[in-house]
Design a protein around this ligand. Structure first.
Ligand SMILES: C[S@@+](CC[C@H](N)C(=O)[O-])C[C@H]1O[C@@H](n2cnc3c(N)ncnc32)[C@H](O)[C@@H]1O
Length: 242
């Protein structure tokens, strides 16, 4: 039986999460705002059904709901502790625990969706798996749907990012969470769920993502927003699926 979380504590941890994520994704707020505006423009309307892949504690889902209060939003993640924060903060959101490391994530993900988002998530997958993931996402999208991917996408190929040593903001956030007694059982569940998983820290230029997605049937891709090495790309399914 997992402990009930205090909503005020959860609100604080999720605020701290956003502060931490802004460190790793500079320009994050502008990037997301540009992505949601582009989605509305490309779809020609507000999306009815939205899936946030690797949505963590649901802070992006919250921004989605601020813009589109009537949207039906699903947050999918492998991490039960982060999903518990999303559940507590956003009871109107459906949360799904699934591992995108294999195609087995597709049935629990549900669908079809008007909009699928993945922010700072695909770099967890190795290169071949990212290619397959683009193909799999199409199975979840409505023919006129849209995929938004935001991640490190330098203009030129560069070395794969290394894990940083010392107390980086990510480690500091998780260390602070581990000091909260209410999180104990969830963090135990997390340790089991994530055992054997690690981030591939895969980094590729936007052009690599455009080609990988195109090979799996996405018709077109555009960089909606760029901030230094970070980009947000929009992918449209093939027109003949529309
Ligand atoms: C850097 S965090 C970004 C979270 C969220 N998208 C955001 O921008 O705040 C990466 C997220 O991807 C999730 N993730 C990593 N590997 C995953 C996998 N194999 N399956 C599902 N989710 C995964 C993590 O649990 C984490 O919530």
């Amino acid at each position: 039986m997992l402990d009930t979380l205090n909503p005020d504590d959860v609100a604080r941890w999720r605020r701290d999460w956003e502060t931490m994520m802004r460190h790793y994704q500079p320009g994050r707020d502008d990037l997301l705002a540009a992505g949601l505006a582009a989605a509305e423009q490309l779809l020609g309307r507000a999306p009815e059904r939205v899936l946030d892949v690797g949505g963590g504690p649901g802070t992006t889902a919250e921004a989605v709901l601020r813009r589109w209060p009537d949207a039906n939003v699903t947050v999918l993640d492998v991490d039960p502790a982060l999903l518990a924060l999303a559940d507590t903060a956003l009871p109107q959101v459906r949360t799904v625990r699934a591992d995108i490391g294999s195609p087995r994530w597709l049935p629990p993900a549900g669908g079809p969706y008007d909009l699928v988002l993945a922010l700072m998530t695909v770099h967890y997958l190795p290169e071949d798996r990212v290619r397959d993931w683009y193909a799999e996402v199409q199975q979840l999208l409505r023919p006129e749907g849209l995929l938004l991917v935001g991640d490190v996408m330098p203009d030129a190929p560069g070395p794969t990012r290394q894990q940083s040593g010392g107390t980086d903001p990510w480690t500091a956030w998780w260390t602070a969470l581990a000091e909260e007694s209410a999180m104990r059982s969830l963090l135990n569940a997390r340790a089991v769920a994530l055992s054997g998983l690690s981030s591939a820290e895969f980094v590729a230029p936007a052009e690599w993502h455009r080609q990988a997605a195109h090979r799996t049937g996405f018709a077109d891709a555009t960089v909606v927003h760029r901030w230094a090495d970070h980009a947000l790309m929009a992918f449209l399914p093939l027109r003949d699926r529309r």
